[in-house]
Design a protein around this ligand. Structure first.
Ligand code: ADP
Ligand code: GN1
Ligand code: MG
Length: 360
């Protein structure tokens, strides 16, 4: 019903041939719409997670216009290298439906692929280049125009406090069965403080960052296999540069999938770590300070830790945040993060050496 109402607002696009659910995002509802001569991505913004969806849309509107301008100036193709919002028939860049949900439409970028796992190290190198380049492109974006879409999004200390409250609350009596997982995270509580302390001591500072640098938030050109476009712009806000690095490693340098139930398939692929580091430092290494560079391997651990407590906490309270498609899905996700953290701890020296090798 809601979808039919929304589609009417975009009738100017043409004759709609079909629509289907699309993608593997954990947060928003995504649909692919096929018109006679055009494909479109339509998304319903998750309003229980994004409390100010209109301000979020303003962020995306401003950022995509800014990127478009930069891409044109450097002779690129803005129709493929950034997302482009499509206006409703009334000329607005989003639609608010009768239930107060916010919808947006983007041109579907054709001839692209989106991976849950890379097929070669070179593709991961490409994604490092792309996320580093994305930070560069936005380095002079007027930061005061951006709203903080989710407060304390990567404040790992706050995430930990929230996790402990979820454990204490234990509404479904699931805690008793996951005590060893809880203990794993509790015994590593030190990780939650590292970046807050670096910020407080002014060793690092906030920049405009993407904040959700999963591999599946990049579109690759199907033919050249080069990273083409960074997508999923919901969480662009002031953040820590290292976290864009760390979150990308968490997801993409995993030998297995984020939700792999067979933990023997999960672990840090140090070759992929190297490929991403090479790309990321090539494109944005010069703009990072010494401490930011030093902290890159730690950011991989901290982002994996943070995601791990988010998954485990969500499992404990009954899977209210991340979409699930099977029983214990969030618990499986938490366990892959634990395996990765242990692997990263054993590989810390190797990760540091790799970062040093690619300092610009
Ligand atoms: P979520 O916030 O739920 O992760 P995304 O914005 O990442 O949603 O979109 C979900 C998926 O839809 C992406 O992983 C990608 O496969 C696909 N997608 C999104 N936007 C486009 C686009 N403009 N062109 C082609 N595919 C897209
Ligand atoms: C969510 O939207 P998506 O699926 O790209 C989440 C990220 C997590 C990620 C874990 C707004 O990302 O923070 O790292 O799941 N996004 C939000 O897979 O919470
Ligand atoms: Mg996504």
């Amino acid at each position: 019903m809601a979808l039919a109402e929304v589609l009417k607002q975009y009738s100017g696009i043409g004759n709609l041939k079909g629509d289907c659910e699309y993608g593997n995002g954990h947060i928003n509802d995504t649909y692919l719409l096929e018109y006679d001569n055009r494909k479109v991505i339509l998304q319903k913004v998750n309003k229980s997670i994004f409390k100010e969806p209109k301000r979020l849309m303003e962020n995306i509107y401003l950022v995509t216009l800014f990127l478009k301008d930069k891409i044109i100036k450097r002779g690129g193709d803005y129709t493929r290298e950034t997302l482009n919002l499509i206006n409703t028939d009334d000329g607005n860049y989003f639609y608010e439906d009768s239930e107060g949900d916010i919808w947006r439409a983007y041109d579907f970028i054709r001839d692209t692929v989106c991976y849950e796992k890379v097929e070669s190290a070179n593709e991961f190198y490409e994604s490092g280049l792309a996320f580093g380049n994305f930070q560069n492109l936005l380095a002079d974006f007027p930061v005061d125009k951006l709203c903080e879409v989710i407060k304390d999004f990567h404040n790992t200390q706050k995430r930990y406090e929230n996790f402990i409250s979820q454990v204490c609350e234990d509404p479904l009596k699931r805690v008793a069965d996951v005590q060893s997982e809880i203990d794993f995270f509790k015994s590593r509580e030190k990780y939650t403080r590292i970046f807050n302390e670096a910020l407080e001591n002014k060793e690092i500072s906030l920049r405009v960052t993407h904040n959700d640098t999963k591999l599946n938030n990049i579109l690759f050109d199907k033919h050249t296999k080069k990273a083409l476009c960074v997508i999923d712009l919901d969480t662009i806000m002031p953040g820590v540069a290292d976290f864009d690095f760390g979150d990308a490693i968490r997801f993409g340098a995993n030998k297995g999938l984020e939700d792999e139930p067979d933990l023997s398939k999960v672990g840090l692929d140090i070759g992929l770590f190297e490929a991403f580091t090479k790309g990321f430092l090539k494109s944005c290494g010069k703009s990072l300070n010494k401490r930011e560079i030093e902290l890159l391997p730690m950011a991989a651990i901290v982002m994996t830790y943070e995601c791990g407590i988010r998954f485990l906490g969500d499992y404990i309270v009954g899977d209210k945040y991340f979409k699930i498609s099977r029983k214990n899905h969030n618990l499986d996700r938490a366990r892959t993060q634990m395996k990765l953290i242990s692997d990263m701890e054993s590989n810390m020296d190797e990760m540091k050496k790799i970062v040093e090798k690619y300092i610009q």
